[in-house]
Design a protein around this ligand. Structure first.
Ligand code: MG
Length: 385
């Protein structure tokens, strides 16, 4: 048995709208088309692939799909679905005796569904995977206002793809299709040539992406877990420098030394954000040898950091800080610092934690020679609002 797969992506998905053809929309970092093709390319029983594309896309097929391990042909689709399938059949090797036909708009087809379809096709020659309906099913009279009847739910199944056929059966069925019958799936044509079509269990996850809601549901399957980063900063305290944390001036006779303004709160947070995005650290982005960042306000660097991680597709969901300073007491300034950070991070104050500690007189920080801060940041998918 030699299994060939026809992936039908001949339409432009008008229902989803937009300038990008539906099959090229991204779901979890890969296009819908790519996912559909690679699902079969990865399957061990499949020998070759044919992808049916609209005329203006067919030349780009190999670059849109990327490398495949199996032979893959790209052909131009036709006016009707069965015309596209016909084009696909013509591009299969003559040695292919078992044909699977799959909607490109179903990118989540599982190995288990493919296995069931291949195995059943071997036995019965024509197979459709399908799922049961959970809702009560009504037939509505023409005009769409009143229920004509309630159809017994157990009799109703929802057809999916890939549908599997022995080659002579699908060849004959598509011939029939060519004579004027309009089919919405291949099984329908096979039924018309009088061949029994076996139903095997499909899979609820093998959804067809047709509407904007479908696309959102598909993308939600790839919503990633939050990302967490930590940051740390320390600056010596010296005379004749102002002590400013997150733009809040703190009256004191000394302040942090440094190329920038030495705002440990903002610097630790920048590193936490870069860390969560796996995007390097503050020194790489704002080098302390670059004159641009001489005395740069910490809040300015923080705002730039939020923009950089935003370009990578992340936005802050919450942060937490511990600032270690022996003197003066930071407690009275914490609300103002949290408020300033919340504004730059585009968070509510309830998402910005801050604790002020002393080091109990121990080590350089404890002797008042330095100020230090530890930060944790959580990033989630999405650009900042
Ligand atoms: Mg620093």
């Amino acid at each position: 048995m030699r299994v060939g797969v026809i992936i039908v992506a001949g339409g432009r998905g008008q229902r989803l709208g937009g300038p990008v053809p539906k099959q090229l929309l991204d779901v979890g970092g890969r296009s819908i088309l790519q996912r559909s093709v690679l699902a079969f390319d990865d399957h061990e029983t499949v020998s070759e692939l044919v992808v049916v594309l609209p005329r203006d896309l067919v030349a780009f097929g190999p670059s849109l799909v990327g490398a495949t391990t199996k032979p893959c042909n790209y052909v131009v689709g036709g006016e009707r679905r069965q015309d596209s399938v016909q084009a696909g059949l013509s591009a299969l090797s003559s040695s292919v005796d078992t044909v699977l036909i799959h909607d490109a708009a179903r990118p989540f087809v599982s190995d288990a569904v493919i296995d069931r379809v291949v195995e059943a096709t071997r036995r019965t020659g024509a197979v459709v995977p399908a799922t049961r309906v959970r809702d009560t099913v009504k037939r509505v009279a023409a005009g769409g206002t009143y229920v004509a009847e309630t159809i017994p739910r157990d009799d109703v199944w929802l057809a999916q793809t890939p549908q599997g056929f022995r080659r002579p059966i699908i060849d004959a069925a598509v011939q029939l299709g060519a004579t004027g019958v309009e089919a919405t799936d291949e099984a329908m044509l096979v039924e018309r040539v009088g061949h029994r079509v076996e139903v095997v269990p499909g899979d609820e996850r093998n959804m067809k992406i047709t509407t904007a809601e479908d696309l959102m549901a598909a993308r939600a399957m790839f919503a990633s877990v939050p990302r967490v980063g930590t940051g740390y900063d320390l600056h010596r305290l010296v005379e004749h420098r102002p002590l400013v944390l997150a733009g809040v001036p703190i009256p004191f006779d000394r302040g942090p030394d440094g190329h920038s303004d030495g705002d440990v709160v903002c610097h630790a947070l920048c590193d936490a954000l870069f860390g969560a995005a796996a995007a390097g650290d503050i020194g790489q982005h704002f080098s302390n040898t670059d004159p641009r960042w001489k005395d740069a306000p910490g809040l300015d660097l923080l705002a730039r950091t939020v923009a950089i991680v935003g370009q990578l597709g992340w936005r802050p969901a919450s942060v937490d800080l511990t600032v270690i300073l022996e003197r003066p007491k930071l407690g009275p300034h914490v609300p103002a610092i949290r408020s300033a950070l919340a504004e730059i991070l585009r968070l509510d104050q309830g998402q910005v934690g801050m604790k002020a500690k002393t080091n109990e007189g121990v080590d350089a920080t404890g002797r008042g020679e330095a100020i230090a801060a530890h930060a944790v940041a959580v990033l989630i998918v999405g650009e900042s609002e």
